[in-house]
Design a protein around this ligand. Structure first.
Ligand SMILES: Cc1cc2nc3c(=O)[nH]c(=O)nc-3n(C[C@H](O)[C@H](O)[C@H](O)COP(=O)(O)OP(=O)(O)OC[C@H]3O[C@@H](n4cnc5c(N)ncnc54)[C@H](O)[C@@H]3O)c2cc1C
Length: 467
């Protein structure tokens, strides 16, 4: 800014005006400042992105994390999705460990999470199953007590900050990754462009990890992706999450404790749904959150269509108000309750899924297919089946070099997405991708050319469960 600009407060735009032609606008070419450089840049700081950035940085890579909001955690914090389910298989063996378990331990250390006791994971004792089922829908599955954790979202935000700080990750918050940069001679992805209050800037990197949840960087690099989220599926729905406080839970529990009470509750809830409310919620279950209940609306929509997202956000608030009014008027225990928080971030479950070098698919999963390049093992959840082996190839976008995808947009078909599109699983995708990206950057090789055995050995050292 020169002196005359300072005096008048006028700053000349560095951008030439766009040209309007009918319904389109042509943006003139312009230079974008490279503001930083890293070995690995991760775009999106949700469960996938946190796993990726922490793993990359701890593996010695200079790592930058670009996140569009002001906190880390994605749905797990800003989305108020505060349940980490399905971490053990039908034998009660914990399969998702590594960074995810470290996060759980850090929450335990802060008294900021709750879950059935370790010795009961995998238990089929009907008394225990009945007890934990009524505590939380996440605590049991297929007649078994599950390792599932309810977390305190605010504590988790701070824990993610701690982990990023301790690992030496450079954060760009309030920064929206818009496209990947592709090297014109090698065709390899070599950085990312992002928008923020500071304008449009670029970061150069040896490996870019798309952890946006929506695969936002995929269209720009010519990667193939699927957007089919089906009809009536879990992942086809976006949600507005909100918390209701000051519920007299003792009064509510007593009222519905008899078979007649339970029947009456269900009948009244149905009336509430008919009236446009969304009154079915879950207990948040942390001892210090007594009287707090977690609710979420559901609306099927295209989760990468800004008009649909706007509609769901607005409808969500209409439903939220109808819900509190309905509960206060109709459900004992809710008379004095009030709305305390709605999620700053709209709850989205599914959109783009990359077509990778390998696509996780139900056929292979049902057959218990194993791979030489397995980098994560998952319990099947849902209707059950053998443990699922996730090959490294599922993280690599087909036909693209210099990039990995580690989030719910990792390469999987719709049916598998229904099971695996969960927080702990995305952390595990991220941990594998971050470790691999660091290896590729340090060895100066493409993401397909890393030493898979060394990657698996590294992951095992990080307490990741592998075959
Ligand atoms: C209502 C609801 C209930 C759910 N229930 C559960 C449950 O009980 N348990 C469970 O495990 N899972 C549940 N899920 C699914 C779970 O939340 C997601 O699968 C998981 O959060 C996906 O993690 P992710 O890292 O892929 O994406 P997200 O959690 O969406 O994180 C993506 C991050 O990237 C950022 N971002 C996005 N685009 C950009 C961009 N262009 N530039 C920069 N940053 C960007 C976002 O702000 C966000 O921080 C639920 C989801 C919803 C909506």
């Amino acid at each position: 800014m020169d002196q005359s600009e300072k005096n008048t407060g006028v700053i000349k735009s560095s951008t030439a005006p766009a040209i309007v032609t009918g319904n389109a606008v042509i943006e003139p070419a312009r230079e974008i400042k490279v503001c930083d450089e890293a070995d690995v840049v991760v775009v999106g700081g949700g469960p996938g992105g946190m796993g990726a950035a922490v793993a990359a940085a701890r593996s010695g890579a200079k790592t930058i994390l670009v996140e569009r909001y002001g906190c880390l955690g994605g749905m797990a914090t800003g989305g108020l999705v505060t349940a980490f389910p399905n971490m053990c298989n039908d034998d009660g063996v914990v399969l998702i460990k590594g960074l995810n378990e470290e996060m759980m331990q850090r929450l335990r250390d802060r008294d900021a999470c709750d879950h059935p006791p370790r010795e009961l994971w995998g238990s089929r004792d009907p008394k225990q199953v009945a007890y934990y089922r009524q505590l939380s829908m996440f605590y049991t599955m297929r007649g078994m007590v599950n390792y599932a954790v309810h977390v305190d979202a605010e504590e988790l935000k701070c824990i993610y900050d701690d982990m990023a700080r301790e690992a030496g990750i450079k954060l760009y918050l309030h920064s929206w990754g818009t496209s990947a940069i592709v090297d014109s001679s090698s065709g390899k992805v070599c950085g990312v462009v992002f928008e923020s209050k500071s304008g449009k800037q670029a970061i150069r990197a040896k490996v870019v990890i798309d952890s946006t949840g929506d695969g936002d960087l995929l269209p720009g690099v010519g990667a193939g992706f699927e957007t089919d989220t089906g009809k009536g599926t879990r992942v086809s729905h976006a949600s507005h999450c909100f918390w209701i406080a000051n519920v007299d839970t003792a009064k509510f529990d007593e009222w519905k404790s008899t078979p007649e009470g339970e029947k009456e509750l269900q009948a009244r809830l149905q009336e509430g749904f008919k009236a446009g409310a969304h009154p079915r919620g879950a207990a948040t279950l942390l001892p210090h959150q007594e009287g707090l209940r977690w609710f979420w609306t559901r609306e099927e929509c295209d989760q990468i269509d800004v008009k649909a997202l706007t509609r769901v956000e607005l409808n969500g608030r209409i439903k939220m108000r109808k819900t509190i009014d309905f509960l206060r008027a109709n459900i004992p225990g809710y008379e004095e309750s009030y709305l305390v928080l709605s999620s700053p971030q709209l709850g989205t479950r599914g959109s783009r899924r990359v077509i990778g070098d390998y696509m996780l698919n139900k056929g292979d999963a049902d057959a218990g297919k194993t791979h030489d390049d397995t980098v994560a093992l998952f319990p099947r959840g849902g209707s059950g089946g053998p443990d699922l082996h996730v090959p490294y190839r599922a993280l690599i976008p087909r036909g693209v070099d210099g990039m990995l995808v580690a989030c719910r947009a990792t390469s999987m078909d719709l049916e598998i997405s229904e099971y695996l599109n969960l927080i702990p699983h995305c952390v595990a995708f991220g941990q594998a991708a971050g470790t691999a990206a660091a290896q590729a950057a340090q060895a100066g090789v493409g993401v397909r050319d890393i030493d898979i055995k060394a990657l698996q050995a590294d992951l095992k050292k990080q307490d990741v469960v592998l075959p």
